[in-house]
Design a protein. Structure first.
Length: 265
């Protein structure tokens, strides 16, 4: 009989080698023997020998296939031995990070006063050049409970989003990373993490096209904010130990640099 796919498993078939074809014939013969015993057409002792032979597994090589029979329905899945690395044959799948609680966000209108105050402070003003993405990395602090941010820009809007990196904190220093685009960030993160998990899309003109890796949680996706009209503010309670990634994204702008005033605490 032709192998049937289980309703609970996807059926995936790879090119079958000669050895794999022989294994299929043996397994099919064992199933046929079971059916014949039920119909009293084959002696029970002979069927038992065939069933015992079918239990032995041959070493699997590249190109071989694996047959998995359901104990409940008797249906058979045919899988390639090459798919073992894809966690389809019993390996535990890597667990995605937990969902993030939503942030608390608000705006206030005193843009001029805010920019005037921060313009006098050190490390509170920077220029995000056209096509650039600035990521401010803010580790969780052992004496803190949440991260807070406030920012505004001159004349034009800017993309902004918040993510959380579930990684042990080795330093409480806040650092700034500048990249030419979110694609460059992807290349740097690929060297550290192999798992990929796409970030849900924001608006059509959002800056970030990044596919942040599986260890990252999304607090707030990147959208363009009217930071030139109102001060954009927000906070987020710590979900645990890790590093917040506050992304100021100007990669969608081909002509204009954005002057950013920010306060993170």
């Amino acid at each position: 009989p032709e192998p049937r796919s289980s309703p609970n498993r996807p059926q995936m078939v790879s090119p079958v080698s000669k050895d794999a074809t022989e294994d299929l014939r043996k397994a099919a013969g064992a199933l046929e023997a079971q059916a014949l015993v039920k119909q009293d057409l084959l002696p029970a002792d002979q069927a038992q020998v065939l069933n015992e032979m079918a239990k032995y597994q041959v070493p699997q090589r590249s190109g071989d296939i694996v047959m998995i029979q359901s104990e409940h329905t008797g249906a058979i899945d045919v899988l390639s031995a090459d798919l073992e690395s894809a966690d389809l044959l019993g390996d535990h799948r890597k667990v995605s990070p937990p969902l993030m609680a939503p942030p608390c966000i608000w705006t206030f209108a005193k843009v001029k006063e805010f920019k005037s105050k921060l313009g006098k402070e050190k490390n509170s003003r920077l220029v995000v050049k056209r096509g650039e993405v600035v990521t401010i990395r803010v580790p969780t602090h052992p004496e803190g409970k949440r991260v807070c941010w406030e920012f505004a820009t001159d004349d034009y809007d800017i993309g902004f989003g918040v993510y959380f990196d579930w990684t042990p904190v080795t330093s409480t220093d806040i650092t700034v990373q500048v990249s030419d685009s979110s694609d460059d960030e992807d290349e740097e993160e690929e060297e550290e993490e192999e798992i990929e998990e796409p970030v849900p899309a924001g608006d059509v003109e959002r800056g970030s096209r990044s596919s942040l890796r599986g260890r990252y949680g999304e607090v707030m996706p990147v959208y363009r904010r009217d930071s030139h009209r109102d001060v954009q503010a927000g906070s987020h309670d710590y979900p645990g130990e890790g590093i917040y990634l506050l992304k100021f994204d100007n990669s969608y702008s081909l002509l204009r640099n954005k002057t950013l005033y920010f306060h993170i605490y």
